[in-house]
Design a protein around this ligand. Structure first.
Ligand SMILES: NC(=O)C1=CN([C@@H]2O[C@H](COP(=O)(O)OP(=O)(O)OC[C@H]3O[C@@H](n4cnc5c(N)ncnc54)[C@H](OP(=O)(O)O)[C@@H]3O)[C@@H](O)[C@H]2O)[C@H](O)CC1
Ligand code: K
Length: 504
């Protein structure tokens, strides 16, 4: 699914109204209907509801919600901000007119001074103050109102975006001055801001409502941001050919594990095998031999000269992709071997965990990484390489910059893992569960991406599809083992089932 900028949403909105003959009032009605259904489905008419309506079309949405709630037997209190008595947009004016035409007596129109109702945790607030028309961060009375709403303990449903938050970038916004929603109901598209952890407390849970904006305009409007769902991944994954052998599905090589961290190699190997690679070799410290051969008998074992660490990454066989990092440790000999690998290997590598930490200690290696390589850092690993970031927004912008500069893909792991490509495109992942916040989970991802790369998938699709598969495997594992009980190995073992579900 495309994630559009606020500016492009306005354009798509305009095309829909001008070319498809749908009126803006009809679009507002569709928004209001979806918001009202949500309320009617979860709250009873006796709930004390307070609706805050601004002077633009976000306010128009809110006023129509008010009218529809009245029809459903609720009796909401509605506050409309209409400074000087003449600031309403055309559609907001119409919505006010239609509301008053029902005989409703509860409208409080705020023309100069605001008398705000007392809000309690029992209240349900509908926040229709500001949507995509927000010009500046909130100040003065609106800033105070946002704080009052957020601090009241009331349940808040925000229409389109939480008021005071921009849909795109929010570096200038202070979270405390934004309405904190429990649920944000976005019009037609999710917003970039929803995917950045900085805004998690503002957006709350979110849903998208389809109001039928022009499909042609959606298709023809370019964007750099995407939300990856199952359909997009199933379109990428190829079915296996009937007359094929393991030779058709690549040979992956993992440099992984050392004494004390052999499990990382096991999980990466399991992830690779469960995602369809034809052949897998794991090069690891000699001491890893019994564990790897016992736990992953399908993989070939390539022993290092050293017993406890990897000291040599020159073994290449005829491998079609290499993944490096899980459980390799930070030993000097291993770091030296990694430097040689990075400087000599001309095809895309998958680089994770301690391999990322080694790059953090020798940043000149970034100039040598083969174009198309995939780095899979979590926020801490990313910051160690590219500098400390104070916000998720800053980190994403930095990732976009360095991905372009070094021609590498960055899989920034988090709640919505973001895959950033050198062309500036960013893919936010939709699958996953907090159950995956467990040791070994990242090793499995490295295995999956390396496996897909070895099978001939381009780095762009291996990374995005790999992240989705990994998240879905986590969900499947958590179905059985629960949020607390899911282990890295459970995730690895669910990878095959995840791919099956995607391809069905
Ligand atoms: N996406 C769609 O296709 C549809 C969206 N809908 C809804 O419409 C809003 C956007 O409506 P719009 O009228 O463009 O803008 P807003 O309602 O968000 O706000 C505009 C008013 O707010 C004033 N404003 C802006 N910033 C500030 C500020 N920092 N402090 C005080 N006041 C501010 C602004 O004042 P101006 O001086 O700039 O005029 C306006 O009065 C969208 O979010 C959806 O909810 C439709 O319902 C259907 C189609
Ligand atoms: K809003």
């Amino acid at each position: 699914m495309k994630i559009f900028s606020t500016e492009n949403i306005r354009k798509i909105d305009r095309v829909t109204i001008e070319e498809e003959g749908v009126s803006s009032q009809e679009l507002i009605r569709r928004v209001a209907e979806a918001v009202t259904s949500e309320i009617v489905a979860h709250w009873s008419p006796s709930t004390p509801v307070v609706i805050f309506a601004g002077s633009g079309n976000n306010g128009a949405d809110a006023l129509v919600v008010g009218r529809m709630l009245l029809e459903a037997g609720f009796y909401p209190r509605i506050l409309l901000f209409n400074f000087h008595g003449d600031s309403l947009s055309r559609d907001c004016r119409q919505a006010k007119h239609d509301l008053l035409a029902t005989g409703y007596q509860g409208l409080v129109e705020i023309i100069d001074r605001a008398e705000l109702p007392t809000l309690t945790p029992e209240h349900l607030v509908v926040d229709g103050l500001f949507g995509s028309g927000l010009r500046e961060p909130l100040e003065g009375g609106f800033m105070m109102l946002a704080r009052v709403i957020s601090e009241s303990g009331a349940t808040v449903i925000s229409i389109d975006v939480p008021s005071g938050m921009f849909g795109d970038w929010n570096a200038r916004v202070i979270g405390r001055n934004v309405v904190h929603a429990n649920l944000t109901i976005a019009v037609q598209f999710p917003r970039l801001a929803f995917f950045l952890s900085d805004n998690a407390d503002l957006v709350g849970r979110w849903k998208v409502i389809d109001i039928g904006l022009s499909e042609r305009a959606i298709l023809n409007t370019p964007t750099k941001y995407f939300y990856v769902e199952r359909d997009e991944v199933s379109a990428v994954l190829k079915s296996r050919k009937p007359f094929s052998s393991k030779a058709d599905y690549g040979h992956a090589l993992l440099f992984s594990g050392c004494y004390g961290m052999t499990g990382a190699a096991v999980m990466a190997a399991r992830g690779a095998l469960r995602s369809g690679v034809g052949k897998l070799t794991v090069h690891s410290a000699r001491a890893a031999f019994p564990v790897l051969q016992g736990q992953v008998p399908e993989a070939l074992f390539s022993p290092d000269r050293q017993d406890y660490v990897i000291s040599d990454m020159s073994a290449r066989f005829n491998c079609s992709a290499i993944g490096v990092g899980p459980g390799i440790g930070t030993n000097d000999a291993t770091r030296g071997a990694l430097e040689t690998l990075i400087k000599s290997y001309k095809r895309p590598l998958v680089i994770d965990a301690d391999a990322l930490n080694a790059i953090a200690q020798n940043q000149s290696l970034l100039d040598h990484i083969a174009p198309g390589s995939i780095l899979t850092p979590h926020a801490g690993e990313f910051d160690r390489i590219f500098g400390a970031q104070t916000s998720a927004e800053g980190r994403l912008l930095k990732a976009i910059e360095v991905s372009h500069r070094y021609k590498i893909l960055i899989v920034l792991k988090g709640h919505y893992t973001a895959t950033v490509r050198p062309d500036g495109k960013v893919f936010f992942n939709s699958s996953g569960t907090p159950a995956m916040a467990t040791a070994g989970s990242g090793d499995v991802l490295t295995g999956i991406i390396t496996s897909l790369l070895a099978q001939g998938y381009k780095p762009e699709s291996a990374s995005v599809a790999g992240v989705y598969i990994h998240g879905l495997a986590g969900e499947i594992a958590a179905d059985t083992h629960g949020e607390y009980g899911t282990t890295g190995m459970d995730i690895a073992d669910a990878v095959g089932r995840a791919i099956k579900v995607i391809m069905e």
